[in-house]
Design a protein around this ligand. Structure first.
Ligand SMILES: NC(=O)C1=CN([C@@H]2O[C@H](COP(=O)(O)OP(=O)(O)OC[C@H]3O[C@@H](n4cnc5c(N)ncnc54)[C@H](O)[C@@H]3O)[C@@H](O)[C@H]2O)C=CC1
Ligand code: BAL
Length: 505
């Protein structure tokens, strides 16, 4: 069902798409209060796709008040979990019915290869919504072991109005990671997509409404970080912010919370993720394939991207040779051509940022094993840089582009030190034929997701998030994500025949 179409079929879909342009508040599209707009462009061509409502704090206020009304009157929160599930399953079905349009819209707005949008982003988005919907009528509340004189229930309640502040690298999927558990739990959401990639979020809100999610429960406010993100972060009537993006902006949300109502903040931030390859890795072809996939999938615009190859010196040359062979399969070009696996970077600004790392390669005199060039102000070739030392910016900073740095080690202890030698701790992958070494490394590397003999982020059933400056406050995905969007309430019922004074502690 999610097989890619041909280039001609994708191009035919482009002409039929109606781009949404307005904010989505209380079940309807509406322009920004100021009437201002901003352009959203196709990064691969520079063409303007649409003029989108540029919202500000007054639009945020309106959306939050509608979300609050919806929450308080219980039009969603008080439905039985089974009823919310049924609506969310219908929502997932509508996403499925519109999968080609969503894939093309995502590709046009972000520069991502349409093949990936069609085979990964859209199906994973649908699966995420469905998975959380299916879960919600299977979660039981607890009783506490307090003895015969009381019945104590520990119940989850939806936290309230949730601000979801999203990045541009996986617009649909990051939306689903937040709204999947938030809506299933009964919360209302005010979503702020990244300014670069607003289109699919607006379309998804429209489809959610069509599926029967009541007005006011799912609102989308387009606009900039200062204009929309900050008012959400500082809002006195937002109960929680769920954020994915850079670590510096994540820090701001902690400050906003401290300066306003101590709202709960859950952050999924950057990464500088190592692939640690030991000389006893059983299949260097498999390692090469996984490292290439980890480093260059989504143009490396991925918080979990394999960014540092930390390889035992005895196998480095052979591994680099095989990596070069796999890289030949990663063609760069028009994102709407399903043959291409590397599309355009998301924006000129981001292109400049990633290019500055290629400049460092030249100024630091580092050795380029493969790639190393940018093309036409849009594309950056998949690049492998050898002999990178821990003091280099390439080793320490999140690049968010298709650049892999290579560093060698001699001993296991050295490998662990190198893997942990950054402020980040999101993901890591380990390649070895030894179970003992795999377990030792998995335990010693400080990262939220560690994969052995493969690259990945787990699936819907596994939590995703980071140690250190990669994350804060909770995890996306899995049953644990529901904890983010709920408060725990203790209800203590006296069933003794003693007086009230004796039983209240
Ligand atoms: N962990 C991840 O998945 C992501 C990491 N990044 C990293 O961040 C770098 C910069 O990309 P950006 O798009 O600027 O990321 P960002 O972290 O600034 O943006 C993420 C979201 O926060 C909002 N935002 C920005 N400034 C804000 C502010 N002052 N107050 C409230 N909200 C604000 C943005 O509008 C967007 O919706 C990238 O080069 C990459 O290294 C970017 C996107 C995703
Ligand atoms: N790879 C999914 C999470 C992210 O890049 O933000």
């Amino acid at each position: 069902m999610h097989e890619p179409l041909t280039a001609a079929e994708y191009k035919a879909i482009v002409g039929s798409i109606q781009f949404p342009t307005n904010a989505f508040i209380d079940g309807a599209f509406r322009p920004s209060n100021s009437g201002k707009t901003f352009k959203t462009t196709n990064p691969a061509t520079g063409e303007t796709l649409a003029e989108i409502a540029a919202c500000d704090a007054s639009d945020v206020d309106l959306a939050v008040s509608k979300a609050r009304d919806a929450f308080e009157d219980g039009r969603w929160r008080l439905q039985s979990p089974g009823d919310r599930k049924a609506t969310l399953i219908k929502f997932a079905k509508l996403l499925e019915d519109n999968r080609h349009e969503l894939a093309v819209m995502e590709s046009l707005d972000s520069g991502k290869p349409v093949r990936e949008c069609q085979t990964v982003d859209v199906p994973d988005t649908i699966h995420t919504i469905r998975w959380h919907a299916e879960l919600i009528d299977k979660l039981y509340d607890n009783t506490a072991p307090v003895g015969a004189n009381a019945l104590t229930m520990v119940v989850r309640e939806p936290i309230g109005v949730v601000g979801c502040v999203l990045p541009w690298n996986f617009p649909l999927l990051m939306l689903a990671w937040k709204i999947g558990p938030a809506l299933a739990s009964g919360c209302s959401v005010v979503v702020k997509p990244a300014q670069e990639t607003t289109l699919t979020t607006l379309r998804v809100a429209e489809l959610a409404h069509e599926a029967g999610i009541p007005a006011g429960v799912f609102n989308v406010i387009p606009g900039g970080g200062k204009d929309v993100g900050e008012p959400i972060g500082l809002h006195m009537d937002v109960d929680m912010v769920a954020f994915t993006g850079s670590t510096p902006t994540g820090r701001r949300f902690l400050r906003y919370a401290a300066d306003s109502n101590l709202k709960k903040v859950v952050l999924e931030c950057g990464g500088k993720n190592p692939a640690v390859v030991l000389e006893d890795a059983e299949d260097l072809d498999l390692v090469a394939e996984q490292v290439v996939n980890g480093a260059f999938w989504n143009m490396g615009e991925n918080c979990s991207a394999t960014s540092r190859l930390i390889v035992q010196s005895s196998v480095k040359d052979e591994l680099l040779k095989r990596i070069g062979a796999y890289m030949r399969e990663w063609k760069t070009g028009d994102p709407l051509d399903p043959e291409n696996r590397i599309g355009a970077l998301v924006s000129k600004n981001h292109f400049e940022k990633v290019s500055s790392f290629l400049d460092d390669v030249k100024t630091e005199g580092l050795s380029v094993a493969y790639g190393g060039e940018s093309r036409g102000g849009i594309y950056i070739e998949p690049t492998v840089v050898d002999k990178v030392t821990p003091s280099s910016r390439l080793f320490q900073e999140e690049i968010f582009g298709p650049i892999l740095s290579v560093t060698t080690f001699e001993t296991l202890a050295e490998a662990i030190t190198l893997a942990n030698d950054t402020n980040y701790g999101l993901t890591a992958s380990i390649y070895t034929g030894s179970l003992k070494k795999a377990i030792r490394l998995s335990r010693e590397i400080r990262a939220g997701v560690v994969t052995v003999n493969c690259f990945g982020e787990g699936d819907a059933t596994t939590p995703f998030g980071g140690y250190k400056e990669s994350g804060f406050g909770g995890r996306d995905k899995s049953i644990f994500a529901h904890d983010n969007y709920c408060e725990l309430k203790t209800i203590w019922i006296d069933v003794s025949d003693r007086s009230v004074d004796e039983t209240i502690r």
